[in-house]
Write a new protein. Sequence first.
Length: 455
Amino acid sequence: MATQEVSPQSPGPEDLARVVATGQPADVADLLSALEPAEAARAIMGVPRGSAVRVLEQPEFERRAALIEQLPSDVAAGLITAMSPDQRADLIRELSDRVRRRVLPGLDVSTRESIEMLLSYPPRAAGAIMTTDYISVPPRWTAEEALQEIRRSGRRRPVYALYVVEPATGALVHVVSLRELVLADPRTPMTEVGERRRLLTVGPTTDREDVARLISKYNLLAVPVVDEDRRLRGTITVDDVIDAIVREQTEDVHKLGGLEALDEPYPRTRFATMVRKRAGWLCVLFLSEMLTTGAMQHYEAALSKALVLSLFIPLIMSSGGNSGSQATSLIIRALALRELPLKDWWRVALRELPAGIVLGSILGVIGVARITIWQMLGLYDYGPHWFLVAATVGLALLGVVTFGSLAGAMLPFVLQGLRFDPASASAPFVATLVDVTGLSIYFTVAYLVLSGTML
């Protein structure tokens, strides 16, 4: 069945409310994001609450906080109350303090308590993305009674599984999938429905990346969140994990590019915010690159004697930076996926050292071949000692690429050991680090090879 496509220009003012009420929620979210908040608020107010809530719960709707600010307090409170617990907690986080003070008093006590509980957890924790909308049943119930409960409350709650909970303690004792429940004999007690297996749970403070790995490994649609006493606090569904991981990966990509993570999509990020988040890292990298200038000044005498060496400085620096960036990207991703524990740094070093030697040898051979071919064909005259120049470039590439690979692989381990985000070891930062050491390696090799001839 084809989905309805909605473009920001398709509806006019007269049928905007109709599109919001009848369109696909994700498409409508895109449409409202392109409108001014006041106009989007008028459209939301003209449709049934259920349709409006489905749109507000779409992760694509980036400007829902601005829309809520334009609504009357009672309308905003009604929409927030009707949202799922995790989504309304996310929305409250996005609201300014002024709007929170205006909207929160209109919520009922249980809704405010639910929001406060979810907001008490760090944004990256499982508790922050869990929902308290789930169906739990006591162990003495039968499969038929559980099905009747789904019929009563399933329309307002997502049903991925049923959670068998001790009424007295709230402890989770069993999880039954919807498929197992439907196939079970109606008279079967809930504790005997489905397979008896080890419960897969997470704690409220579990990192959301760990939750995603658990759901992916065991192909789960939802995972229960329990506290230290095994009491059920909420559930995390696969769609909530996907939304959280997309945001997490976006932050990591921004950091790898050498800038602070943007809080909003690029087109809606303010100019001043964009400059502020990019300027800091650019200044740090610029100051770091000054060390490269200092290194070149240190070897000024060598350059004045053998100007031909300056031709290969960009080649040497870029090769080392590229190899370091490659290694950094590989290790950061492996650490993020928990493929590598921190204690395995030495294994990575033993792996990257020979890899760097092989890669450096390949580039060194190419560099020597390039100089030789140009000299033989008369395309450029590198002087009477051209072969020594070629050897210098080849050996320098070997050393610089080896060092770049090793340094790029070790830097994420160092940052993680210091409790920093390994993604902060961005490719530009590694390239800058390797540039300075690359020059030192290059001119050290030049002194050893060309001493007594050109130097």
